[in-house]
Design a protein around this ligand. Structure first.
Ligand SMILES: [Zn+2]
Length: 297
């Protein structure tokens, strides 16, 4: 896999250039003895103003399909295909609270179509965009998503008329994009004035990352587990509620609601379950969900 490395001297969300180096991240899973591993590493930093975690330099693969051209079964772990029927119910409740008349939804990065199915079950006119050929085909052929509702395109190339949708959803998407601020700005243009944007991203304040980073520190390395720019699941960012508050001031939205959930790290599910109550008590779970409304200007 070939990468080009791009210097990132300011925070994509709030624009600040002040940041602190957290450590290094290898292009492979680091295991418990990263000093013994071969590979290249990039530097992981935390924005001193909003807390966004990102890498500088930012590695970009020469061919994006090196990251996302895989079959869904290769990219996702098995549990992804066994989602409970109610997996999006809480989010739909929140969306309905914030936009009671919402009827049209766009799911960005629709994957194999689970969120679109949830929107459709809830009576929405659901649309989606999905760039990955295999994911797109799986959604249509195996999950019954109508082909005229899911567009095979990158967000960067997608176009809808201004004010088309009551809800735009970014479930596990923004952390993969090179320019999340630009993506939110684009989605905001497609949103109706009373609409709501739903965003689920990895939290920069996750307790589990702190536990693993402490282990690496005790092992006298400067490696950290935050983000994964060059290996699966290819996360480029971790976010805080403040990242969205400050980005909203630049782009034109307000944060209407914040939820933080424990989630479950695949690295150590047992430990993650054990620490669940601590995460809930200290808002240090792994999944940050925010709901955004258009600003009042
Ligand atoms: Zn920032």
């Amino acid at each position: 896999m070939n990468y080009t490395f791009h210097s990132k001297t300011s925070c994509n969300m709030c624009g600040a250039s002040e940041r602190r180096v957290l450590g290094r991240r290898l292009n492979t899973p680091q295991g418990l003895r990263p000093k013994k591993r071969l590979g290249i590493a990039t530097t992981v930093v935390r924005c001193s103003v909003c807390g966004l975690i990102y890498s500088d330099p930012l590695p970009i693969p020469q061919d994006i399909s090196d990251h996302y051209g895989k079959q869904p079964e290769e990219y996702w772990l098995n549990h992804y295909f066994e989602r409970k029927m109610d997996f999006f119910d809480l989010q739909l409740d929140r969306i309905k609270q914030l936009a009671p008349d919402a009827k049209t939804a766009l799911d960005i990065g629709a994957g194999i179509g689970f969120t679109m199915q949830a929107f459709m079950r809830a009576g929405f006119d659901a649309y989606g965009i999905e760039a990955g050929e295999h994911f797109h085909r799986y959604a249509v052929e195996k999950n019954g998503i109508p082909e005229n509702r899911i567009f095979r395109t990158m967000l960067e190339d997608a176009n809808f008329p201004e004010g088309t949708f009551d809800c735009v959803s970014f479930g596990a998407v923004l952390e993969h994009l090179y320019d999340p601020s630009q993506a939110l700005s684009k989605a905001l243009g497609w949103l109706k004035p009373d609409g709501v944007i739903h965003v689920e991203v990895p939290s920069a304040k996750a307790l589990m990352s702190k536990v693993f980073n402490l282990y690496f520190w005790l092992a006298r390395t400067d490696y950290v587990v935050n983000i994964s720019p060059m290996h699966r699941p290819y996360h480029l960012y971790e976010f805080t509620p403040d990242s969205f508050q400050k980005n909203g001031m630049r782009v034109g939205y307000e944060v209407a609601r914040v939820d933080i959930d424990a989630g479950q790290t695949p690295l150590a599910p047992g430990l993650s379950r054990l620490l669940g109550p601590v995460m809930r008590a200290t808002d240090s779970g792994e999944v940050l969900t925010v709901y955004l409304k258009k600003g009042l200007d």
